[in-house]
Design a protein around this ligand. Structure first.
Ligand code: HAM
Length: 416
């Protein structure tokens, strides 16, 4: 059998030490920051009925058209492994009645999109996201964006750029699409094949097409906001002005559209140069998510954890600095010492001390080698002589100094 037969699926990865410690630091910091803003954690299922995503994300979006892992289960139900966190979270909040319409929640976990794997684009990736439900209110958008910037600064990440635009209200959708279509028609034959289709199906996607020629055409179009009502333009201006007031730097980007249909009003992305082509560290926006017959408004964002970690590592923040210090290693010289150490190690661990030991009798040299490999700060060395006296030898591994300590004092001594 080929040796890679049991490798993870392409675009999905195992995560292990030491990298996992940087992830834990990111997750812990996110929890601390979000709690300060009164956001509480929610954990929704990874598997949802497909209809949770189909309508809310939009029929013509890339995710729905070609990226969802969907299947029929043994009971003939159409299910989808979540490609993003907003739809499931809003499905949950929608079920709470009034409470869900004015809620602040955050989530973290894996998302799945069947995309072509490449640098920065995975099939299983992880998001840390937040959703704040409530009717359109520029102040809430500002608070959520400011919280996101706060998190990045708390993580010590320099160089993140917030770019922002508006998708206007639901009523603006038609005038914006009609306006863009009319402006694009004279160039239709020059657009890439996909954009020629997009003009009629989802004209906004022409705006963020990566094709160079399409971009040259887009540069000549009027800005989307010119087709929006005065209220939408004022909303965008207010969000930018209030963020600037708070000292949060944002750049208006007339070409930012975001690839999900539930957005209205504010949309934004956080970009970072360390990420290369897939430069979006995070995406967010104000939305109206349709679940069943309910249309739930809110605002939120999701950070891509893999991309965030890449940017942090490029900024010199390394996983090694978060690896917990290996505390104490117990060395047993003989069977009797091994038995005593088995009780001692339990006592030390219950006292909150990280420790390890060999679970069989081995030479002193082999055990000390293991202690060094584990990076132990102290070794407790126990042999027949020490046992007879009710003592142990405590060795400071960094300084090399050693002293005799009564077994009954060991826990207190090590806790110091
Ligand atoms: P999104 O822009 O599709 O938005 O994803 C958010 C972030 O997830 C991206 O900026 C990126 O960092 C990361 N990401 C997305 N796809 C991949 C991938 N294939 N591989 C690695 N990272 C990826 C959403 O998902 C919205 N639900 C965000 C939101 C929440 N809007 C309002 N509330």
């Amino acid at each position: 059998m080929a040796s890679n037969a049991f490798q993870p699926i392409q675009g999905m990865s195992d995560l292990d030490s030491p990298d996992v410690y940087l992830w834990q630091y990111v997750e812990k910091t996110a929890r601390e920051v979000f709690e300060r803003y009164n956001f509480g954690e929610v954990r929704t299922p990874i598997l949802e009925k497909s209809k949770v995503f189909l309508k809310s994300l939009g029929d013509t979006t890339d995710i729905v058209q070609k990226e969802m892992y969907s299947f029929e289960d043994r009971g003939g139900r159409n299910l989808t492994i979540r490609p993003e966190g907003t739809a499931g979270t809003i499905r949950y909040l929608g079920g709470l009645g009034e409470d869900g319409l004015n809620a602040r929640v955050y989530y973290m976990g894996p998302m799945f999109r069947c995309e072509r794997p490449q640098a920065g684009r995975k099939r299983q990736f992880h998001q840390i996201g937040v959703e704040a439900t409530g009717p359109a209110n520029a102040l809430l958008d500002v608070e959520v964006i400011a919280m996101q910037e706060h998190l990045l600064s708390e993580l010590g990440l320099p160089g993140a750029r917030i770019v922002l635009n508006s998708r206007g209200t639901a009523a603006d959708r038609k005038p914006v699409a009609d306006g863009l279509r009319a402006a694009l028609r004279p160039f239709e034959a020059e657009l890439c094949e996909e954009c020629q289709r997009r003009i009629d199906q989802n004209v906004l996607r022409v705006i963020d097409c990566k094709n160079e020629n399409c971009q040259k055409i887009v540069d000549q179009l009027p800005e989307m906001r010119e087709f929006m009502c005065a209220e939408s333009r004022a909303y965008l201006d207010e969000v930018i002005a209030r963020l600037t007031d708070l000292g949060v730097n944002v750049q208006y980007d007339r070409k930012l559209v975001r690839g999900l249909d539930y957005y209205c009003h504010t949309v934004w992305e956080i970009q970072h140069d360390a990420l290369g082509a897939q430069n979006a560290l995070a995406g967010g926006g104000r939305y109206e998510v349709t679940i069943g017959n309910k249309n739930i408004p809110g605002v939120g964002f999701a950070l891509g954890v893999e991309r965030l970690i890449t940017a942090m590592e490029a900024a010199g923040i390394k996983a090694e600095q978060f690896v917990p210090k290996a505390g104490v290693w117990l060395v047993s010289l003989g069977e009797a010492a091994l038995n005593t150490n088995l009780k001692l190690i339990q006592e030390l661990r219950k006292a909150g001390i990280k420790c390890g030991m060999e679970l069989e009798t081995k030479s002193m040299k082999a055990q000390m080698r293991k202690a060094n490999r584990a990076g132990a700060h102290y070794c407790v060395i126990l042999g027949d002589d020490e046992l007879a006296k009710g003592m142990a030898v405590l060795k400071n591994m960094e300084e090399g100094a050693q002293s005799d300590v009564a077994l009954t004092d060991l826990v207190n001594e090590l806790k110091k």
